[in-house]
Design a protein around this ligand. Structure first.
Ligand SMILES: Nc1ncnc2c1ncn2[C@@H]1O[C@H](COP(=O)(O)OP(=O)(O)OP(=O)(O)O)[C@@H](O)[C@H]1O
Length: 243
């Protein structure tokens, strides 16, 4: 369960996230949409304890990320925007290393690595060095590290970015499957993903929520049956923001 409570982030004079509140229950996949610079990654970085909020809090399975970040982080699997990986390790050695950081040892470590490799379809590249992988496989390796400790909460920053259509399909199916038991928050620029993988979506603009609903409700709200039309109506275009 993710409970975001009045989360705010100020960078100097820039208010990147403005008093944001929402929740994601187990069995829910929440799509997090918004134009470039809307505050999606900043929100995810605060929810995962990557940096602290200026004010507000996020509770992960009831644990405050502000007051008890170490414990809250044990409940989270996080796929950051630019998948950070150790290039000279093989996929398996990288995942073993990450499993150890998560406190897994012996057979629990071996089983977790095997399961993550299988879940993310990495069997064919398991012994390959990360610097020789294609972008899609690197991305999936990073997704696999987020799943190692079988977390209750998944925070995925643009999980299908840079993937080919087949891989996009596979990752969406995976998110849907994982979302039957976990609470998942994932950001995307691809509006079709809302219908393909989400049980609900919020659209943020300039750090605030401007739309929130199930895919059907958002399509209804558009008035035209098009999520793109709704997105264009409720968000600010770069040219307007600069004006
Ligand atoms: N470390 C930082 N210092 C200063 N400003 C920052 C910092 N990180 C983000 N920002 C600003 O905060 C705003 C929100 O950025 P953020 O990366 O959260 O947007 P986003 O919705 O994830 O965008 P995109 O879709 O392009 O990834 C932007 O104006 C960005 O320039």
């Amino acid at each position: 369960m993710i409970e975001v409570e009045s989360l705010t982030k100020q960078f100097g004079t820039k208010l990147a996230v403005d008093n944001l509140s929402f929740s994601v229950k187990p069995g829910e996949v929440l799509g997090f949409l918004g134009p470039n610079g809307a505050g999606k990654s900043t929100t995810m970085r605060m929810v995962t304890g990557f940096f602290p909020p200026t004010s507000g809090d996020a509770k992960i399975c009831g644990i405050s990320i502000v007051d008890n970040p170490a414990k809250a982080k044990t409940k989270i699997g996080y796929l950051p925007e630019s998948a950070p990986l150790y290039q000279d390790m093989t996929v398996t050695s990288f995942l073993k290393f990450c499993a150890e950081i998560r406190g897994l040892r012996g057979s629990r470590k071996r089983d977790a690595v095997e399961r993550a490799i299988e879940t993310c379809f990495l069997q064919n590249v398991a012994r390959q060095s990360i610097d020789t992988l294609s972008k899609g496989y690197r991305h999936r390796t990073c997704l696999a590290q987020a799943l190692l400790h079988d977390p209750e909460v998944l925070i995925l920053d643009e999980p299908t970015d840079g993937l080919d259509p087949n891989q996009k399909y596979e990752v969406r199916q995976l998110i849907k499957r994982l979302g039957t038991t976990k609470a998942i928050l994932f950001s995307t620029h691809i509006l079709e993903e809302v219908e393909a993988a989400c049980t609900r979506a919020v659209i943020v603009d300039r750090g605030k929520i401007v739309a929130d609903g199930t895919p059907a409700e958002l399509i209804e709200q558009s008035g035209t049956g098009s999520l793109t039309d709704l997105f264009r109506t409720v968000t600010t275009r770069d040219t307007e923001a600069a004006a």
